[in-house]
Design a protein around this ligand. Structure first.
Ligand code: TYD
Length: 202
């Protein structure tokens, strides 16, 4: 089973990946669960993180780097783990590119760049208003990154909606991401259970 967690910066994706791993360990002990992320920890992902921090690299370069990293991440991590029968939970995947890169390249071209990548079994979209996302980022004292301004996050939130319409074969669970991490984790766990046909997928 391949699950991806999506949402704006500050919507809590990284926390919820860990919560979901713990939930799986509780409900299906012994099942291998691989948690991973994009930008990936691999060589293309490292290059991508440098590019994100480098203001001389234009937004038009990023869609290609994210697609290259996704191919590398699938080949190195995701597909081998799925072939072993593991559950894979990825913090971000192709829907992030549709949301974050369409302003630079247009939705059609970003969708075309990502067309060959496999659809996840479930995409969990953490729904939180942009202003609340920024408040969470500021509260943790982090420096704001490239996309972390209110106008950009509002544009990306709208692009998430447009991107969703391009993914008719993807099963998407939209989760209210307000409240405590425990409250959100319970909503995510319920959505995963429903995706498994009412029983937790073992
Ligand atoms: P993020 O998950 O925030 O990593 P970190 O927690 O290490 O900062 O991802 C970094 C940024 O990359 C984030 O703002 C979202 C953006 N991003 C894209 O623009 N396109 C993509 O395809 C992906 C996967 C991420």
């Amino acid at each position: 089973m391949f699950i991806t967690i999506e949402g704006l910066d500050g919507s809590g994706g990284t926390t919820q990946v860990e919560r979901l791993r713990a939930e799986w360990a509780r409900r299906a002990p012994g099942r291998e669960v691989v948690c991973t992320r994009e930008p990936s920890p691999g060589p293309v992902g490292r290059l991508l993180r440098q590019a994100l921090a480098d203001v001389t690299i234009g937004e038009g370069v990023l869609p290609y780097l994210f697609a290259a990293d996704r191919r590398d991440h699938l080949d190195r991590v995701v597909l081998p783990a799925l072939a072993r029968g593991a559950v894979v939970i990825s913090d971000r995947y192709a829907l992030s590119s549709l949301a974050y890169q369409s302003a630079a390249l247009g939705l059609d071209k970003v969708a075309a760049l990502n067309a060959d990548f496999p659809a996840p079994d479930l995409t969990v979209l953490l729904d939180l208003p942009p202003a609340e996302c920024l408040a969470r980022i500021d509260a943790r004292g982090a420096t704001r990154e490239r996309f972390e301004t209110l106008p950009r996050l509002e544009q990306i939130a709208a692009a998430y909606e447009a991107g969703l319409l391009r993914l008719p074969t993807w099963r998407v669970a939209r989760i209210d991401a307000s409240g405590t991490p425990d409250e959100v984790a319970a909503r995510v766990a319920e959505a995963v259970g429903q995706a498994g046909g009412g029983t937790w997928p073992r």
